[in-house]
Design a protein around this ligand. Structure first.
Ligand code: PLP
Length: 508
């Protein structure tokens, strides 16, 4: 276990007048998690690990002299460049080579990285990420376990916490790839209303207080939320909303699954140059990055999911889960008996990148800062072209996202000649407009014109039959999710097609 001790002096973001509770997290475990026995081989392996010099004749682990590899070289941008992302993109910057070896000194020997390991991941990599966490979130007494990215971590958390018949809370439009993954486990979703600023705390509280266990089953005990660059709406929760949501979670004994892969991609940050000079990038960035739920988690109810997918590359398949020690142990047991540990190459790369021969944590945060500037430039370009080519017609509007990759574009269907708002619902409480049909038509028209945008209906919560479960949602699927991660050319070309097609759709 890696215990993280707060070293930075960040003021608590949560109301500390709330009394620290001693939550019994065993009540949150699924039957599957309660029934799971530790992987007996891993248990012995852990004992062998703590006694240096022990001869291990017990494992089916190939001997490292038979690994057909002795060295890996990673060519990376030099972090000494003034703006490393720009120099890297333009090919004008210096490059560095950082290396992993099997038989020569380096931060993490390939002997260790390529051997079987514990489900939680290698201690050195976990400690590195625990240190990063500590400097950014200052979480009290949490543990870091590695994952194969947030999708892996989430599906494991669902299994850890959910039983058939349970309802989990989530944003009403959400990353359906993940919420759908919970449905075969028998987990149902209770969607919470959102506005342009994300999940609405008062609707969360209303849902919990009006919950009728006789008709709706067990009251939800898990909230799945994407606080930054919410997928798909692009919204980022304000500090006030986070504090309020945490307070509600505390009052109703809810575990918060904080799925935050876009956390490090924030825009319009006022990074203090003298803090950089005096304390380095990590401190300067920590001062301006949003306060996570983890940073407020004085009673250990947050399972925070971070990923390298959006800040290094998705093929890394590496992330980290930060949670209380009890839940971390249960999660590690699940990993020990399923996917085992994350792959060695990813761990070796991160170890060297953060190590003394690589960028170090501060260099990594310099890269992040530079990456934020580049994504912000793309967002600004997207919004400029969007205003000129699309919004100028009045047929579509969009909020400017504060983080991440997504723009949530509202199609102003009420201006369409064939829009109807007085349909008789096919089911009680069903849609009263033809929004879904018109959006389907527009989606197909865009596709024919050579542009893919993700329709909101893709992200609406569905039940196991694939039907949307929130009755009001059918009238509110008049949005598309667009991303601004592409090149300047694709942004300009894509939005030109969008502008032309939407005018045709509305005017003919
Ligand atoms: C909100 C959200 N969660 C999880 C994931 C999956 O991330 P990973 O690549 O770390 O598995 C994504 C990827 O797009 C995402 O948008």
């Amino acid at each position: 276990m890696v215990f993280i001790h707060s070293t930075t002096s960040v003021t608590p973001a949560v109301d500390t007048s709330l009394k620290r509770s001693h939550v019994d997290f065993s009540r949150h475990l699924s039957l599957e998690a309660r029934a799971r026995l530790p992987n007996p081989i891993k248990s012995i392996w852990k004992v062998a690990q703590v006694k240096p010099g022990t001869i291990n004749m017990g494992n089916g682990d190939p001997h490292h002299t038979l690994y057909p590899i002795c060295e890996m070289n990673f060519v990376v941008p030099s972090i000494d460049e003034h703006d490393p992302v720009q120099s890297w993109r333009s090919g004008t910057g210096e490059q560095d080579v950082i290396a992993s070896f099997k038989d020569e000194p380096c931060t993490l020997s390939l002997r260790t990285a390529f051997a079987y390991g514990a489900g939680a991941g290698l201690k050195l990599v976990r400690d590195t990420l625990a240190d990063l966490n500590d400097r950014i979130h200052s979480p009290p007494n949490h543990t870091v376990s590695l994952s194969l990215g947030n999708a892996d971590a989430l599906t494991k958390c669902f299994r850890l916490l959910g039983d058939p018949g349970d309802s989990f809370l989530c944003e009403e439009f959400t990353f359906s790839a993940m919420t759908n993954a919970a449905l075969p486990l028998g987990i149902k979703w209770a969607p919470i209303r959102m506005d342009k600023d994300g999940l609405i705390p008062s609707d969360l509280e209303r849902t919990l207080s009006e919950w009728n266990e006789a008709t709706q089953g067990k009251r939800p005990h898990v909230l799945y939320t994407i606080p930054c660059s919410q997928n798909p709406t692009g919204s980022t929760l304000s500090l006030e909303r986070r504090q309020e949501i945490y307070r509600i979670a505390h009052d109703w004994d809810i575990v918060i699954l904080e799925d935050d892969p876009y956390y490090f991609l924030q825009f319009d940050l006022d990074v203090n140059q003298s803090t950089i000079q005096e304390y380095g990038y990590t401190r300067a960035m920590a001062d301006v990055l949003p306060r996570s739920f983890l940073s407020m988690d004085y009673d250990g109810r947050v399972m925070r999911l971070d990923s390298f997918s959006k800040i290094v590359a998705p093929g890394m398949r590496l992330g980290w889960v930060t949670s209380n020690n009890f839940l971390a142990e249960k999660l590690d047991m699940l990993t020990d008996s399923s996917s085992q540990h994350p792959h060695g190459m990813g761990q070796a790369f991160i170890a060297e990148l953060f190590g003394s021969g690589g960028w170090g944590a501060d260099g990594f945060m310099k890269w992040i800062s530079s990456l934020c500037n580049e994504y912000q430039r793309r967002r600004d370009l997207f919004m400029d072209v969007f205003r000129q080519k699309v919004a100028s017609s009045g047929f579509a509007t969009a909020e400017v996202p504060k983080s991440g990759m997504f723009v949530w574009i509202r199609i102003n269907l009420e201006h369409h000649a064939r829009f109807s708002s007085s349909q008789t619902p096919t089911a009680p409480g069903g849609p009263t407009t033809n929004t879904a049909d018109l959006m389907d038509e527009l989606f197909k028209k865009l596709l024919d014109s050579g542009l893919v945008l993700m329709p909101a209906s893709t992200f609406a919560i569905v039940d196991r039959t694939g039907r949307t479960s929130a009755s009001h949602i059918g009238d509110r699927v008049n949005f598309f999710r667009a991303t601004f991660v592409g090149t300047d050319e694709t942004i300009r070309d894509g939005l030109t097609i969008f502008g032309r097609t939407i005018e045709e759709f509305f005017c003919f």
